[in-house]
Design a protein around this ligand. Structure first.
Ligand SMILES: Cc1cc2nc3c(=O)[nH]c(=O)nc-3n(C[C@H](O)[C@H](O)[C@H](O)COP(=O)(O)OP(=O)(O)OC[C@H]3O[C@@H](n4cnc5c(N)ncnc54)[C@H](O)[C@@H]3O)c2cc1C
Length: 413
């Protein structure tokens, strides 16, 4: 039998992971991206393999807070006014996902992905010789006020413990033992001992791409303009040629929505932009990712400096960076560090976000040759390898390692 051919559109961490999984299973894989590997959202994330992340954002309590947060310039949430029409279907989906039942289903779905995330990630790190880019020093999530700390202990943290996440509550004294160079802005926090992080997200993507090429995968730098499936093949129109394959996997991050529209499929995916600043802390050091939960910022020690990452700005992916966002983040970092650090560089990129905080992983019902793997929001690095494994199982007609029903492309149709 002839080897099946698969095209993957998008060489972010999700596309790369999917490409390697399919290549390892014996498929002929072509990975198409208009940029070099790992330059989209996968370039600029906070670097956490967030094993603790099993709670969807879809809580009525958060929904109620949102209008106030949007009006408060120091809050992590903001919106570009001209982006509002895109947010309507997303907002409706968000509200629908806030019922107790949907929330619990979402929690179970994220927990099921977490169960395969560690092993699948480890496999790709080993294959691509990337273990040296990952550190296992745990992660700290800090909270400024006693009241918020006590609420968290009875709220999100308790829910995480009940879902099987290992965590330890820390007093202010414990925190300062772990990270002595932080200012005492916190009342205490939580330590996640099993969380790993990378010191260079882009190097992981580059290593995955190198491994993929060495093993015979084809990397094509071009823009995929249209995906045209029929009963026999799927054609992909590039800038000056059309190629055909047995299957395609769309892993184009936030751009996946536009690629799917001509197929009559309109998923409420949005661009939730995040920023990072690379900081030089001078004499100061931190040994692990440190988050300030109420401000939604993380400081992660990376190869080229400390990365300050955060913010949820609903805005067009190609809109100019909003300086007020990074100014706010820098203010929070200065509180965390006790002085204003030097800024070395800055970056903005779009998280591909879905209304129910769950990625889209599956095959289009009306187009069985078109598979989707996008919408990982805040957790694309964490769930990339798990997604690749699931897509390989789907295309290979295997029983999937986890129930993929919650990730179905048509769930908002
Ligand atoms: C500030 C910030 C912090 C984050 N922190 C974390 C974290 O700590 N842990 C975590 O797990 N996640 C984190 N994330 C989320 C994570 O980065 C994303 O979910 C993930 O990178 C998405 O990967 P992707 O491969 O789906 O998309 P991308 O990395 O955006 O890749 C999509 C690719 O598709 C290509 N493409 C698009 N359209 C076309 C086309 N028509 N033709 C060809 N190519 C195309 C693009 O060029 C791009 O390379 C963070 C995100 C941000 C912004």
């Amino acid at each position: 039998m002839q080897t099946k051919t698969v095209a993957i559109i998008g060489s972010g961490v999700v596309g790369l992971s999917t490409a390697i999984s399919l290549l390892e299973a014996g498929y002929k894989v072509t990975l198409i991206d208009k940029e070099k590997p790992g330059q989209g959202a996968s370039f600029g994330n906070a670097g956490l393999f967030a094993d603790y992340a099993c709670l969807p954002f879809t809580k009525f309590a958060l929904l109620k807070k949102m209008p106030g947060m949007l009006l408060d310039s120091s809050s992590p949430l903001s919106m570009q006014t001209s982006y509002l029409p895109n947010l309507v279907p997303y907002g409706l989906g968000f509200v629908k996902s806030c019922t107790r039942e949907k929330y619990e289903q979402g929690k179970q779905a994220l927990t099921s992905l977490q169960k395969i995330a560690y092993e699948s990630t480890d496999k790709l790190l080993r294959l691509s010789d990337s273990q040296n880019l990952v550190k296992a020093n745990g992660c700290l999530a800090l909270i400024a006020s006693e009241q918020d700390l006590s609420d968290a202990k009875q709220g999100d943290m308790l829910e995480r413990q009940q879902s099987g996440v290992r965590l330890d509550f820390l007093s202010a004294h414990d925190v300062s033992d772990l990270e002595p160079d932080l200012a005492r802005f916190y009342a205490g926090g939580v330590f996640y001992p099993d969380t790993r992080f990378t010191v260079s997200p882009v190097s992981i993507s580059q290593n995955y791409a190198r491994y993929f090429s060495e093993k015979g995968g084809v990397l094509l730098q071009d823009v995929a303009q249209e995906v045209i499936p029929d009963s026999q093949r799927v054609a992909i129109t590039l800038s000056d040629q059309t190629l055909t394959f047995d299957q395609v996997v769309i892993c184009a991050g936030v751009a996946s929505k536009a690629l799917l529209k001509p197929l009559g499929f309109n998923f409420p995916l949005v661009s939730e932009r995040g920023y990072h600043l690379t900081l030089d802390l001078g004499e100061k050091q931190i040994s692990r990712p440190v988050g300030w939960l109420d401000k939604a910022v993380f400081l992660t020690p990376m190869a080229d400096g400390v990365r300050l990452a955060g913010t949820a700005e609903f805005a067009h992916a190609d809109a100019p960076a909003e300086l007020s966002r990074t100014n706010t983040m820098l203010k929070h970092a200065s509180t965390m560090l006790g002085n204003e650090p030097e800024v070395v560089s800055s970056w903005v990129g779009s998280r591909p976000s879905t209304p129910d905080s769950l990625p889209v992983i599956g095959t289009l019902k009306n187009h069985p040759r078109v598979n989707l793997a996008f919408g990982h929001g805040h957790l694309g690095l964490t769930f990339a390898a798990a997604t690749g494994q699931l897509i390989k199982e789907i295309i290979n007609n295997e029983q999937t390692s986890v129930d993929i029903t919650p990730f179905a492309p048509e769930r908002f149709s």
